[in-house]
Write a protein that binds this ligand. Structure first.
Ligand code: SF4
Length: 178
C-alpha cells in the first residue's frame, strides 16, 4: 500500500493543529464556586446556578438538574446577572420635600434613615393593641409594604419577620410570592 504509507508519512509531518492557546482555553466559569439559588422574578421558581470567584458573582445560569426549568431560564431570568453588575444602576433616590416644586437627589443612606424615622413615628402614632371588639391585635393599619420581584428568598423572609411579627404591619405584599 505505497499510497497509504506515503499519506501516513505526510500526515505524520503535519504539525499538531491544536495550539497551546487553544489547549489552555476554558469556559468562563472554569474554577468558579457554584451555588444553587432560585430566580427571584416570578412564582415559577426556576432554579439557578450562581458562579462566584473571589466572593464575586461572575455568572448566573439555569440549573440543568432542576425538574422545573431543566437548565433553561426565560429572558428575564437569564438577565439576573445584571441585577448585580450593572453600570446603569441608579444609586440615589429622588426626593421632593413637602411644598417643594422640584426633585432632589438624595443618598440611599439618607433615604433609609428617613424611612426608618417615619416608620417609627407612624407606628407609635397608630399602633393598636386591642381592637373595638376587645380582641388583642397588636397591629398597625397605617403602614403598608410592597416588595419588588428582585427581592430574594432571604430578603423576603426578613421582611415578613420584621414587618409582620416585629412591627405589626398587616399589609405586606410582594409581586413574586416565592
Ligand atoms: S422569571 Fe423566568 S426564569 Fe425566573 S422564575 Fe419566572 S419563568 Fe423562571
Amino acid at each position: 500500500m505505497p499510497i497509504f504509507n506515503k499519506l501516513k508519512n505526510y500526515i505524520g509531518l503535519v504539525p499538531n493543529p491544536v495550539t497551546e492557546r487553544t489547549k489552555a482555553a476554558h469556559a468562563r466559569t472554569h474554577g468558579a464556586s457554584v451555588h444553587i439559588s432560585v430566580c427571584p422574578y416570578c412564582a415559577v421558581g426556576c432554579s439557578q446556578l450562581v458562579y462566584t470567584k473571589d466572593s464575586k458573582i461572575i455568572d448566573i445560569e439555569g440549573n440543568y438538574e432542576s425538574p422545573i426549568n431543566g437548565g433553561t431560564l426565560c429572558p428575564k431570568g437569564a438577565a439576573t446577572f445584571n441585577l448585580v453588575h450593572n453600570p446603569y444602576r441608579i444609586t440615589t433616590v429622588k426626593y421632593r420635600a413637602p411644598y417643594s416644586d422640584h426633585w432632589e437627589d438624595k443618598s440611599l443612606d439618607w433615604a433609609m434613615e428617613r424611612i426608618a424615622q417615619l416608620t417609627k413615628q407612624t407606628r407609635d402614632a397608630y399602633f393598636e393593641e386591642i381592637d373595638q371588639n376587645d380582641q388583642r391585635v397588636n397591629r398597625t393599619l397605617a403602614i403598608g409594604h410592597l416588595g419588588g420581584a428582585t427581592l430574594d428568598n432571604e430578603e423576603n423572609y426578613l421582611i415578613k419577620k420584621l414587618f409582620t411579627g416585629g412591627l405589626g404591619i398587616v399589609a405586606v405584599e410582594n409581586q413574586a410570592r416565592i
